[in-house]
Design a protein around this ligand. Structure first.
Ligand code: GDP
Length: 315
């Protein structure tokens, strides 16, 4: 990408898209094309095609998606499959029609089989059954990967796909019903601290393990790969280290300053028991995550206090 290239960040108000937007600005890319959901409904094929025709983006970061935690995925499976298939299909096909030079598609580590050997290598895609709780979402993401690969093969496009691990950071979703675990825990511990409660509920058995990548690190990796990777094969983006949900809860409690007890609620779903990415391919390509988890949680907590809470107060 040149500094003046026309770059479209789809989903620039979300967790991932906003981080990519920040990173591109930091690096001096000025010609960014951005549309909110209100300005452009990515579910409508004709609107997306008209937008591409008019704006002619040269590079596309496809970070628009319907995302959510374990509960949201089991409650709204139809929306998770339909919205994601529609959004990504419209953008990928328009990128082909309107001759985008390069597109980067954001997948997810949940594309890998439930019983996947750990850490999960890129080659394990479609080698077994998926985790049930987020299968519709995972199927949509797998379709996106296959679409990028098929377009590259048949039409000679350059559409690359990256698979981030669990993400967190500024602009995260802090709604307790639909969020992922890390922002949920920040909010739960913060509220318990403010209300001087002596107990916080953590879902599941506390034993599942997860890997967490700070979203600014992901954004940095995406820009790096956009500039340095041209292959159809998917690339994992993670930190290569994981921790149990209980250990995560203890860490978040420490950062937030909650001193009470952690109460596990095994009636809530655990989801996949382990989910750690093999990041050796990315390391060989010359990129490594830089933000330690404690630092990332502090930054996210700060964002929650400075932005999320004040926004809530105003509404
Ligand atoms: P997943 O990584 O796709 O399974 O999605 P989540 O981030 O929602 O959940 C990860 C793990 O954290 C699961 O084992 C959840 O049961 C557990 N967890 C513990 N407390 C919470 C919570 O308050 N919210 C969410 N979303 N997950 C929680």
């Amino acid at each position: 990408m040149e500094r003046g290239s026309r770059i479209y960040v789809a989903g620039h108000l979300g967790l991932v898209g906003s981080a990519i937007h920040r990173r591109l600005r930091e690096l001096g890319y000025e010609n960014l094309i951005l549309r909110s959901e209100k300005e452009l409904d990515l579910m409508r094929q004709d609107k997306v095609e008209r937008f591409f025709d008019k704006e002619s983006p040269e590079y596309v970061f496809l970070a628009a998606a319907k995302v959510g935690g374990v509960l949201a995925n089991s409650t709204f499976p139809a929306e998770f499959i339909y919205n994601n298939l529609a959004i990504q299909t419209n953008i990928i096909h328009s990128s082909y029609l309107y001759k985008v030079k390069k597109l980067l598609f954001l997948g997810s580590s949940c594309i890998y089989p439930r019983e996947c050997p750990q850490p999960m290598k890129e080659g394990y895609l479609l080698s077994g059954y998926l985790e049930q709780t987020n299968e519709p979402y995972a199927i949509a993401k797998i379709a996106g990967i296959k679409m990028c690969q098929s377009y590259n093969r048949q039409y000679g496009t350059c559409f690359i796909s990256v698979m981030p691990t669990n993400l967190y950071g500024p602009n995260d979703n802090f709604n307790l019903e639909t969020s992922h675990v890390l922002p949920a825990l920040i909010r739960k511990f913060h509220e318990a601290k403010i209300e001087s409660r002596n107990e916080v509920e953590v879902w599941g058995t506390g034993t599942p393990k997860r890997e967490f990548l700070y979203v600014d690190d992901l954004a940095d990796a995406c820009v790096y790969l956009m500039n340095n990777y041209n292959d159809s094969e998917i690339v994992n983006i993670g930190v290569g280290k994981d921790l149990t949900i209980l250990d995560l809860a203890k860490l978040v409690a420490r950062v937030v300053g909650f001193e009470g007890a952690i109460k596990l609620d095994p009636s809530k779903p655990d989801g996949t028991l382990v989910k750690r990415l093999d990041v050796s391919k990315l390391t060989e390509l010359g990129w490594q995550a830089g933000t330690p988890i404690e630092e990332g949680i502090s930054q996210t907590y700060k964002w929650y206090l400075d932005n999320y809470l004040s926004r809530q107060d105003r509404s």
